[in-house]
Ligand binder design. Structure first.
Ligand code: C6P
Length: 400
């Protein structure tokens, strides 16, 4: 297996006296040279605003920005570039949809989510429900960490107008049976919003094959910069949704009392966008798509298998969630200790993990725990990183 570690300059450093083992990839991934170079190149050579001027630099920036949109379209296999809206990230993408549906829901309509969702896929729907007097419902998650499909089917009714569901759980790594969920939701007449933040970094996503209505993701979890993300939406739905933010770029004409709006995708991109971020995201997609993704998935799965089997052998360690299908994310607890203490002891050994509720408090409540220690793997992690983690956990257990 090729090592991709050398592509990521930040990994070549010592933390607390030990070589860095970075296992917090679900929070944000590191950036390869090519992405850092793309950002630098934009600011060094052609920084200018997009779509607004006739001068050469603006033209060059616009071409690069729009090229990034084309790369995103190909990456998720959307039917049209009009369906790709640049946002700040998954959170903003979901907020965009939730805001735009304000005028389309009526009192008593229902929004269905799951207990597994990240707060970004809960709070915007609570706010939408409060604005419209719609009802927010959440299906159960079982103790394995899978969505309870019976509970989902029970809660899905002809009143359900929106189903919002994660493709992959950030806290447990569960890969949800999206195809089935989407088919059932469509039969009930609901649109489906997918939170794809944890999916796109790990496997190919085809929004056309999935037939989801909206798909949200962030650049920074898939080797791109922070502050840039994507909302994919079916063109026929985006066409009828009203814009959510007003300002430059999203308009066609403006008079003091009235404005007409730009065509897609610009109708949803008010103001100067994150130009460097979009260009950096395009570079991240170029980087990812030239790699053997299936091979990388197999190696990430092997790291997951190794970690699970070795953690199970440590007395006092309890794995949280054993979902049917999962990506390389492992949540666990150490008896008699708070996750933060374990995380701190690992950090002292140069191992970066995340601890806490992972912005999934309703999931933690369903599982009856306050939080977990979470190790999340990426394409640059290796079996040596697993060895370091296991040795680190053993040491932490011996201290506690
Ligand atoms: N999860 C984690 O450590 P933003 O912040 O907009 O890029 O992504 C929000 C988000 C939405 N959905 C899921 C499934 C996510 O995992 C995240 C971000 C990070 O798990 C930070 S809380």
């Amino acid at each position: 297996m090729t090592s991709y570690r050398k592509d990521f300059p930040i990994l070549d450093q010592q933390v607390n006296g030990a070589p860095l083992v970075y296992l917090d990839n679900a929070a944000t991934s590191q950036k390869p040279h090519v992405v850092i170079d793309a950002l630098k190149d934009y600011y060094h050579r052609y920084n200018a605003n997009v779509h607004r001027a006739v001068h050469a630099l603006s033209d060059q920036a616009t071409v690069a920005f729009e090229h990034a949109r084309d790369r995103v379209r190909e990456f998720v296999n959307a039917g049209s570039r009009n369906e790709i809206i640049f946002t700040r990230g998954t959170t903003e993408s979901i907020n965009l949809v939730a805001n735009c549906y304000t005028g389309l829901l009526k009192p008593g309509d229902e929004i269905l989510i799951s207990h597994m969702e990240h707060h970004s896929n809960i709070v915007p729907w609570q706010m939408l429900a409060a604005r419209t007097n719609a009802v927010l419902k959440a299906c159960d998650v079982n103790s394995q960490g899978d969505i309870d499909l019976e509970s989902f089917a029970e809660l899905l009714t002809d009143k359900t107008k929106i189903v919002a569901i994660a493709h992959v759980s950030n806290a447990l790594g569960t890969v949800n049976p999206l195809q089935q969920i989407i088919e059932q939701a469509h039969e009930a007449g609901a649109v489906v919003v997918v939170d794809g933040a944890q999916a796109v970094p790990h496997f190919d996503v085809d929004v056309s094959a999935l037939d989801c209505d909206f798909y949200a993701f962030s650049g920074h979890k898939m080797y791109g910069p922070t502050g840039i993300g994507v909302l994919y939406g079916k063109e026929k739905l985006l066409d009828v949704l009203p814009p959510w933010q007003g300002g430059g770029e999203m308009i066609e004409t403006v008079s003091i009392n009235k404005s007409t709006y730009n065509t897609l995708p610009y109708k949803f991109e008010a103001g100067t966008p994150n130009i460097a971020g979009a260009i950096g995201l395009g570079a991240a997609i170029d980087y990812l798509t030239q790699l053997p993704r299936d091979e990388i998935k197999t190696s990430e799965d092997e790291l997951l298998r190794l970690t699970l089997s070795q953690l199970k052998q440590i007395d006092g360690v309890r794995l949280v969630g054993e979902p049917e299908k999962r990506i390389s994310v492992v949540s666990f607890l150490v008896d008699g200790s708070h996750p933060h203490d374990v995380g701190t002891l690992l950090d002292q050994q140069g191992i970066a993990v995340r601890t806490g509720h992972h912005c999934a408090m309703p999931l933690m409540a369903q599982l009856g725990i306050p939080g977990t220690v979470r190790a999340s793997f990426s394409l640059y992690n290796s079996p040596e990183d697993v060895d370091r983690l296991i040795a680190g956990v053993r040491k932490a257990v011996s201290f506690i």
